[in-house]
Design a protein around this ligand. Sequence first.
Ligand SMILES: [Zn+2]
Length: 133
Amino acid sequence: MTNFCPNCGAAIDPNKNTCEYCGTVINQPHQSQPTPPPINPQAFGGFAPQGQPQQTPVNSNLPVKSKLVAAILALIFGGIGVHKFYLGQAGKGILYLLFCWTYIPSLVGFIEGIVLLTMSDAAFMQKYRCRLQ
Ligand SMILES: [Zn+2]
């Protein structure tokens, strides 16, 4: 039985426990770890572990929105909820309009604009159910 060096892959004399090519010390077969039990597909909730993980396809029905446009709207017109209407949250937009006289929506909108700018594209698409160009 021939051993193979785990470091360089060279065949090693079974009577030696060091690789003559790179000097790596080889564990003899009887000292090696026991082979792990075969993977039980049931342990993965019925999903077979092999194969590509299921990629969520980009839903082409989702509206295309720009994170930058949303952020700019929030920063400039955040007080009247323009960015909320843009992002399809008309209910919240109306709330901003109703309370715009308190200037609180302006503050919240400004903060949301900063959050939108720093948000990752993936988080943006997930949160607002839209896709980027
Ligand atoms: Zn080697």
